[in-house]
Design a protein around this ligand. Structure first.
Ligand code: UPG
Length: 718
């Protein structure tokens, strides 16, 4: 990779008057050779690292046959070198010819002695064989191929960029993305457009080849025939001596040299594909990072800089393929596709070629990875689901992914199981990120905000046992309130503005009027648990009113029941279930002897308490609806509250009977005294959620109870 420096050229001058007149300069140095050509060739052949650049043979009849000049090189020759030598010899011959004329009619003489010398280059390989090649053709090839790469990159890179930008605004993509890794999606997009580009390119190549062939036949038939009749060095020498334009012959020979053409086409394909892929990946990264085509225009500029640089270096490299700039630019991936094409005709060491190709394709893959990372952040709206391993959290995570949202689950697994996360992954078919973190731990949580571009939070993380909260209030105030305040604080720090909070119908206590609307007064809480839900609602309301941009929805759930239809996730109570349905399923499964129905003396049709049982899948969908509303700017206030229920009251006894009927299992039960803290009846007025969220419970109580039983059986019997 060292610079070519001064080109030392041995001159064998058969004419006797040229060698002495050749002037050395900083690029070329001439010494007169004192041994025959064959001897010199044998001595220097294969010693590419040596000092001698080549041997210049000037024919004895140079005065009458100015084309009888041959340059045998041990290193790649360039058009620049050949032109310089030809120029010098031309001047010397002209001067020599001038001597023979009377000086009186100088202008006429000048015209007459004007001589154009062409140098035929012979590249001496390791084997000592010399092959004639045309520098002009090589350069034209290099530049033409380089230009094609350049055009393709611009043309189809732009297509990739537009494609990514357009799809970003399309919801369809989010659905696609939910089942494909961003890396695969990005790669598919780039390769898909590459396939189109290549097809179009090959159509062009075939067209040009056919047209070119016809033109060649029409205009260059004679020349081709001449070239075909002369094979090898001897032929060329004859041609040179017979005065046929040697450069034209060399051009035709180069064009008909299958080895040369194969090398150039092979190189072109490797660099065309590699160059396109790399730049397409860069365009894709930009497409991922911007919101609109207009923004993309501005960001495209940085990409054009290396391409333009590569174009400039490519033109230089065609003249001096061994200069350090050319060598490095042909290895560095961003310029290599163009620059290497310019160097290729002159012969490039295999190590440089391999390094260049490997680096090009490696950088492409890295760029796709990088683009995919931006894409994920740019295209996915990523939702942090705290408590996502819990009952409602896991079902909501499934629903979010199904809708096209990106999800990160955070859970300390204190009252949940990793199997729920696995279930979510299995259902959604996606490797959803899970972080074991306590929402009260600011450091742990901050990692999540830093690592994943969080756009919104659904906060489920909380302890949920009414009875336990009475025994351990501090645990509840910490787990439910401190955690919520910590998450909200981090949202502020990281500019995350959307919060869906998991509230509860418990805030209504025993409502004065039924069904209960969102505007019903909240009653003093019966338990620390209930109190935390009220306090968290207030924290959210106050934070939103204090902090610009922050928006929030509190969803007041009624009684969530049921499980995902796949039975891969469901409610996972620890110890003796406090809630009705898990107790029923465990009793039906024989784990519990009998169900105790708390209170048969309420003022209700059958004396048992009335509740509004909402299916877990419907409840999960309500979260997506709330999130969509905020993210689409459809919310009417920055803080909104919705009841999430069916609006249909059901007694405990009716629920038990329905369970038995739907599942064909008996649930032994006994009516006992009322449970402390229980309200008699509560059910939702869901009209606000129906109208504003465009959400309505759709699963029947039968569906819910059947899925609850399926889940229990899955837990027991797999
Ligand atoms: O073994 C049991 C369990 C419950 N019930 C009754 O079933 C109904 C529903 O009880 P449960 O499933 O415990 O729900 P709720 O007490 O209504 O509590 C729900 O509603 C509360 C707010 O109202 C939330 O805080 C809870 O998390 C949520 O489960 C109530 O009448 C209970 O008395 C029984 O009869 N036997």
């Amino acid at each position: 990779m060292k610079s070519s420096g001064v080109k030392n050229i041995i001159v064998l001058d058969e004419s006797g008057f040229v060698a002495g007149e050749l002037k050395s300069d900083k690029s070329m140095s001439f010494t007169v050779g004192d041994r025959p050509l064959d001897e010199l060739r044998a001595e220097y052949s294969g010693k590419n690292e040596g000092d001698i650049f080549g041997i210049l043979v000037i024919g004895s009849d140079i005065m009458t046959n100015p084309r009888n000049v041959q340059l045998y090189t041990f290193k790649p020759s360039t058009l620049e070198t050949e032109t310089a030598i030809a120029g010098q010899i031309g001047n010397i011959v002209e001067a020599e010819k001038l001597k023979a004329y009377s000086i009186e009619n100088l202008p006429q003489i000048m015209e007459e002695v004007k001589t154009t010398v062409s140098v035929q280059a012979y590249r001496i390989g390791e084997s000592g064989e010399s092959r004639e090649s045309s520098s002009t053709v090589s350069m034209i090839f290099a530049i033409a191929f380089g230009m094609m790469i350049y055009m393709m990159v611009f043309l189809y890179g732009g297509t990739v960029l537009q494609g990514v930008v357009e799809e970003k605004s399309s919801r369809v993509l989010e659905v696609v993305v939910s089942s494909v890794r961003p890396f695969d999606l990005m790669m598919g997009k780039i390769l898909g457009i590459a396939a189109v580009a290549l097809t179009q390119f090959f159509i062009w190549v075939v067209l040009i080849a056919v047209l070119g062939g016809l033109l060649m036949q029409a205009f260059a038939g004679d020349l081709m025939a001449g070239a075909a009749s002369m094979t090898g060095e001897a032929g060329s020498m004859t041609a040179a001596m017979s005065g046929v334009d040697a450069e034209s012959l060399a051009a035709v020979k180069t064009l008909t040299d299958a080895g040369f053409l194969l090398k150039m086409l092979g190189g072109f394909l490797v660099y065309f594909i590699g160059g396109y892929l790399l730049y397409a990946a860069m365009y894709a990264a930009i497409g991922s990072a911007v919101e609109s085509s207009a923004d993309a225009q501005q960001l495209q500029f940085p990409i054009t800089i290396p391409i333009i640089m590569a174009m400039i270096i490519m033109l230089r490299a065609a003249n001096d393929p061994m200069s350090p700039l050319a060598v490095w630019a042909s290895i560095i991936p961003f310029t290599s596709p163009l620059v290497m094409m310019a160097r290729l005709p002159y012969g490039v060491p295999a190590t440089e070629l391999v390094l260049s190709v490997v680096l090009l394709y490696l950088t492409f893959i890295l760029t796709v990875w990088f683009a995919a990372k931006i894409y994920r952040v740019g295209i996915f709206i990523t939702i942090l689901v705290t408590g996502g391993a819990g009952y409602i959290g896991s079902h909501t995570a499934v629903e979010l992914v199904g809708t096209g949202y990106g999800v990160v689950i955070a859970d300390d697994l204190s009252n949940a199981d990793m199997s729920a996360v696995e279930g979510v992954r299995a259902i959604s078919g996606k490797d959803i990120p899970f972080v074991k973190a306590d929402c009260c731990d600011e450091k742990e949580m901050e990692e999540i905000f830093r690592e994943y571009g969080i756009d919104a939070v659904i906060h489920f993380a909380a302890s949920k046992s009414v009875e336990e909260s009475v025994r351990e209030p501090l645990k509840y105030y910490r787990n439910n309130i401190l955690s919520f305040a910590t998450v909200l604080g981090l949202m502020r720090t990281y500019g995350v503005e959307h919060m869906v909070f998991s509230s509860s119908a418990t805030v209504y206590g025993q409502p004065d009027a039924l069904p209960v609307t969102e505007s019903a007064p909240r009653k003093p809480a019966n338990s620390p648990y209930g109190n935390t839900k009220q306090i968290c609602e207030d924290i959210l309301r106050d934070s939103i009113s204090a902090y610009d941009g922050m928006k929030g929805v509190a969803l007041r759930y009624f009684n969530p029941i049921g499980a995902h239809p796949s039975a891969l996730i469901g409610e996972l109570p620890r110890g003796v279930p406090a809630n009705l349905v898990p107790f029923i399923t465990q009793t039906a499964a024989g784990i519990r002897e009998r169900l105790h129905i708390f209170g048969g003396d309420y003022s209700t049709p059958d004396g048992t308490a009335l509740r509004d049982y909402i299916d877990i899948m419907d409840l999960a969908k309500a979260h997506v609806a709330a999130l969509d509303r905020m993210l689409n700017g459809k919310n009417k206030g920055r803080y909104e509250v919705f009841n999430i229920g069916t609006g249909v009251p059901l007694s405990v006894l009716r629920l038990v009977r329905t369970f038995e009927r739907v599942n064909g299992v008996a649930v032994p039960y006994k009516i006992t005294g009322r449970r402390a803290g229980d309200v008699e009846a509560v059910w939702a007025d869901t009209s606000l959620a129906n109208i504003e969220l465009g959400w309505k419970a759709s699963r029947s109580i039968e569906d819910s109870l059947a899925s609850a039983w399926d889940w229990e059986k899955h837990l027991r019997y797999g």
